[in-house]
Design a protein. Structure first.
Length: 95
């Protein structure tokens, strides 16, 4: 089974790299075939949001994860699909 972890920080302060490392260590045993990380900061009217998504893959997968969906050079979604790689390759995302 693969592992997924994430942090969303809404107080404007950056996510500590130590926190990210601890999460990566916590899910490391969930799969040794590949790993992915997505990190982004977004300015909102309420202040800065920062997000980190981590994925640890068990089993061969030809799709790099987390999957980042962009439109007009802007990130609109980041997601992880845990299942056979053909379900990712054949997916139609409604965004």
């Amino acid at each position: 089974m693969s592992g997924i972890a994430g942090i969303l920080r809404r107080d404007g302060r950056p996510i500590s790299e130590n926190w990210v490392n601890l999460l990566q260590q916590a899910i490391a045993q969930r799969g040794s075939d590949s790993a992915g990380k997505f990190r982004d900061t977004v300015d909102t009217s309420a202040g800065k949001l920062e997000i980190v998504l981590l994925h640890q893959q068990m089993g061969a997968c030809s799709v790099s994860q987390p999957i980042v969906i962009e439109r007009d050079d802007e990130i609109i979604a980041a997601l992880v699909i845990d299942g056979p790689s053909d379900c990712v390759l054949n997916s139609q995302f409604p965004i």
